[in-house]
Design a binder for this molecule. Structure first.
Ligand SMILES: [Zn+2]
Ligand SMILES: [Zn+2]
Length: 135
């Protein structure tokens, strides 16, 4: 059974739906994903069969491919949020998990490229977890 997944960017200008299933869910710690997300890792869902439908704001979607590499990302031109991107000549749909607004019944398959993880990205499960902002 296929799941329908919906998402949007932070400012709400861009909305999309994904029709179909995801095959892989990776947390990528490579240096390019760290740069492009500004965080410890990217969190991307991958599908070779699902279809992407832009529901609003498609004119605000921009894409960037790093020259000489296969690293690509799409983002909102207004707020910069990560958005779905079609890669490998349209054969692979990559959806940033953080862009989704509907529940996701999947857990990540793996951390990948951990050999490239940030030097502060070690044993993060050991630091305090606060349910809200620090006081
Ligand atoms: Zn936006
Ligand atoms: Zn990466």
């Amino acid at each position: 059974m296929s799941q329908n997944t919906a998402g949007s960017c932070l400012c709400g200008a861009v909305r999309f739906e994904v029709e179909g299933d995801f095959e892989r869910f990776y947390l990528c710690h490579c240096a390019r994903c760290r740069k492009d997300t500004g965080s410890a890792h990217a969190a991307n869902l991958f599908s070779s069969s699902a279809r992407l439908h832009w529901r609003s704001g498609q004119e605000n979607v921009r894409s960037f491919g790093l020259p000489g590499t296969r690293h690509r990302r799409s983002f909102c031109a207004v707020c910069g949020s990560a958005l779905p991107d079609l890669q490998m000549n349209g054969e692979l749909l990559v959806v940033p998990a953080g862009s989704l607004d509907t529940p996701l019944a999947l857990a990540p398959d793996a951390h990948i490229f951990t050999a490239s993880r940030a030097d502060w990205d070690h044993e993060l499960q050991r630091i305090p977890s606060l349910a809200r902002a620090p006081s």
